[in-house]
Design a protein around this ligand. Structure first.
Ligand code: 3HC
Ligand code: NAI
Length: 686
């Protein structure tokens, strides 16, 4: 099947792009388009060219998989220039998501007709790039300056209706692309649609528009995009040259490497060994426990349109769960995701009860009761009695052994961990924890559920904390060590926030409540190896009853929305240093980031080595979608690739001179360095 095909209908040539799944403008499409236009220019039968695409969308952009590969001619900017210079008018029919290079193709045609439901945008900044095939130069010639600048610098798509109003579309139709394309071609023939060459139009970005955007545009990526748009004040050919120069610069940036990786991470995680297994039907859901997580999970299912039955222990908790879910849905109304009528219809699908037998017919049950093996064992014993055969029995446990939980049932093949993140109706990550007896269909069904809930599902093996919390438990210690050795906690927070985390680790502890970590540390005390350093500063803070935000004090002191440093923390640190004979030293912000990231990469590498994660990119996805990892770094293992694995090994070896127990080079990291390979090489190997 050719990527571009031409058919003739009288004087209209119908040119169809067909490059599944999203008609990306890869090399076959580019060659096909150039050949089609060249041939049609010479064909006397043809007066108008109508361009459209097969499948679910018009061209969704350049082919991202080609980025970083040796360039293949013709490149998209040349294709666009050929379309723009065509001796015969080209009307372009757009449907689905016309994005990036797809919109740039459309901008180069002489007329644009949309099909209802269409979205149009220039999302290149989300990949650390800017529109590189004329988008920054042609869009401001078709629409007002502010509209063009918003689309170019924000990456957000607009609706077909907005595009029609802005002048980006000449017409909006209902129908299938091939038919609309023929009709549009005939409209050009009979004069109902007047073709215009974008290059001949005046740039509409004014000095005032630019000033307004300069004042509010932040970050290297958006600033570069703005600079390119500014060049639309130049003659088109000069503006295109400047756009190309900036695009090439963006392509070489670390931000692009990280963001491109993040784009693929979101999609790569769905490629699992169980993909071919038949997923079961999923209509109805059950949740046990209506606390923080249970209410959030129930909300997520309701928002996906599923009827939900929620079980609590007693009437008071039943009412509390219903209230929390109602508030969550209210929040969705405020954010414009639901209207009042939809909220009521959604709430009508919720049953809250103390009677577990109400779960007899549900397709999937997710347990979110207290984090105690005894309680979970009891719950799963009952579920085994009550639930219909074939129902998925899932636990939302954060750390407990999924195999042990499955072992109390007579159907371990149907038991799985579905680890949501708080707030469960907002956070996108879902760790799917596959036990030793979990059946492939159960895994496939869980991924299907994740899709329904619009979550990013990542497959994890069973271990203490699964992928994310296991890695977190390790690198979190590095911050306590730095604190004891002399780095003020607020410097650690600031350095990591500057690196890109939304919140530093100490602020996160205060937000989550320090009592949880304290209880875990007390529980683990008897198992702690003698060689492991232990820092008591946080225990001192907790002993004062300072658990963080909820008690008004923790590492920080809270006053409404403001926070200040709690001076007692530095005193606790100093006292511990004196007791342990440690001389405080200073840390640079860069060293703080290096140590934190080296610790994270170490445990992440072990998680891959132990086959808990399928591939390095799965670990990256967990951190991007569940732990607020800065997207422009692409995830911890992509950060490691960008930094250089040999550099990370060197750092670990250097830190190991002070603490050889904590700082150990993972075998996998050493092997990769010796083989001259990267984590991305492992991703490609599958
Ligand atoms: N290039 C290559 N592959 C792409 C792609 C692209 N532009 N867009 C999507 N794909 C792939 C995905 O990786 C996925 O592959 P997989 O099945 O092997 O995992 C497959 O197509 C389907 O994609 P989705 O799962 O994302 O499908 P959805 O239907 O959920 O979403 C979409 C469709 C809205 C088009 C979404 O894929 C998307 O946002 N794509 C990226 C759009 C984009 O960023 N375009 C700009 C590219 S940069 C550019 O054009 C530069 C130019 O200015 C020179
Ligand atoms: P929570 O304490 O807020 O809620 C637990 C709820 O379960 C309570 O409402 C309680 O009444 C109910 N419950 C206890 N036993 C029950 C039983 N036998 N039958 C019915 N209801 C029962 O706890 P939270 O935070 O919601 O955690 C629940 C589970 O989710 C735990 O396993 C936890 O480790 C896990 N988790 C928690 C996260 C968090 O951020 N809070 C994140 C991810 C997982």
């Amino acid at each position: 099947m050719a990527a571009v095909e031409t058919k003739f209908e009288g004087q209209v040539a119908l040119v169809k792009i067909d490059n599944p799944p999203v008609n990306a403008a890869g090399i076959d499409v580019r060659i096909g388009l150039v050949n089609a236009v060249r041939e049609l220019e010479e064909d006397d039968r043809v007066k108008v060219i109508a361009l459209y695409a097969a499948g679910r969308t018009f061209v969704a952009g350049a082919d991202i998989r080609e980025f970083g590969q040796p360039p293949k001619q013709p490149m998209l900017p040349e294709v666009c220039e050929i379309l723009e210079a065509s001796a015969k008018p080209i009307v372009c029919v757009l449907h689905g998501t016309t994005l990036g290079g797809g919109l740039e193709i459309a901008l180069s045609c002489q007329a644009r007709v949309g099909i209802k439901g269409l979205k149009l945008g220039l999302p290149e900044v989300n990949l650390g790039l800017l529109p590189g095939a004329g988008g920054t130069q042609r869009l401001p010639r078709l629409v007002e300056g502010m509209t063009a600048l918003t689309m170019i610098t924000s990456g957000k798509p607009i609706s077909a209706e907005a595009a029609l109003e802005a002048g980006l579309l000449d017409d909006l139709q209902d129908g299938v692309p091939a038919e609309v394309a023929l009709a549009a071609g005939r409209q050009v023939l009979d004069g109902a649609l007047t073709p215009r060459v974008t290059a001949h139009l005046e740039n509409r970005i004014t000095t005032n528009d630019l000033d307004a955007f300069r004042a509010k545009t932040r970050g290297e990526v958006a600033e570069r995009a703005l600079k390119a748009a500014e060049a639309s004040n130049l003659p088109l050919s000069d503006g295109l040259k400047e756009e190309r120069r900036l695009f090439t610069e963006a392509m070489a940036s670390n931000a692009h490497k990280g963001l491109k990786h993040a784009f693929f991470a979101e999609r790569a995680v769905s490629h699992i060994p169980e993909s071919k297994a038949e997923a079961r039907d999923l209509q109805t859901g059950g949740v046990i426990g209506g606390g923080t997580m249970g209410s959030g999970i129930a909300t997520a299912m309701l928002l996906a349109g599923m009827p939900v039955t929620l079980i609590e222990m007693e009437e008071g908790r039943v009412a509390f769960a219903r209230d929390t879910i109602t508030k969550n849905l209210e929040g969705a109304v405020k954010r414009g995701k639901l209207n009042a009528e939809q909220r009521d219809a959604t709430l009508a699908k919720l049953t809250c009860t103390t009677d577990m037998s109400a779960l007899a017919d549900v397709d999937v049950v997710i347990e979110a009761v207290f984090e105690s093996m005894d309680v979970k064992r009891e719950v799963f014993g009952k579920l085994d009695q009550i639930c219909k055969q074939g129902a998925i029995l899932a636990t939302n446990t954060s750390y407990l052994d999924v195999n042990e939980i499955a072992g109390v049932t007579s159907r371990p093949q149907d038991v799985i961990g579905l680890h949501f993140f708080s707030p469960a109706h907002v956070m996108r990550l879902l760790e799917v924890v596959v036990g030793k007896d979990t059946a492939p269909e159960t895994v496939a069904t869980s991924f299907k559920l994740a899709k329904k809930l619009r979550k990013v599902a990542v497959r994890s093996g069973v271990c203490d904390g699964f992928i994310g919390n296991r890695i977190l438990a390790h690198y979190r210690k590095s911050t306590a060590y730095m604190q004891l050795d002399g780095a003020p906690f607020e410097q650690i927070d600031a350095a990591l926030e500057d690196f890109g985390f939304a919140m530093g680790p100490f602020a996160v502890s205060d937000l989550a409540g320090q009592d949880i970590g304290w209880a875990t540390r007390k529980r683990q005390a008897e198992f702690r190896p003698d060689e492991e350093r232990y820092v008591e500063i946080a225990d001192r803070v907790c002993e004062q009853g300072w658990f963080g935000r909820k008690s008004g004090k923790g590492f920080y002191i809270y006053d409404g929305k403001n926070r200040s440093v709690n001076p007692a923390v530095a005193e606790f640190a100093q006292a511990e240093r004196e007791a342990k004979g440690i001389a405080a030293r200073s840390f640079t912000d860069a060293e703080i980031v290096d140590r934190y990231m080296a610790a994270m990469v170490s445990e992440a590498a072990r998680v891959v080595e132990d086959k808990i994660a399928l591939r390095p990119i799965d670990v990256d996805a967990v951190f991007l979608f569940g732990y607020g990892f800065p997207r422009h770094w692409g995830g911890p293992l992509q950060y490691a690739d960008i930094t250089g694995l040999a550099v990370i090994v060197q750092r670990i070896e250097q830190y190991a001179q002070e603490d050889p127990y904590y700082w150990q080079v993972p075998a996998l990291l050493r092997e990769l360095v010796e083989a001259g390979k990267t984590f991305n090489d492992l991703n490609k190997e599958g």
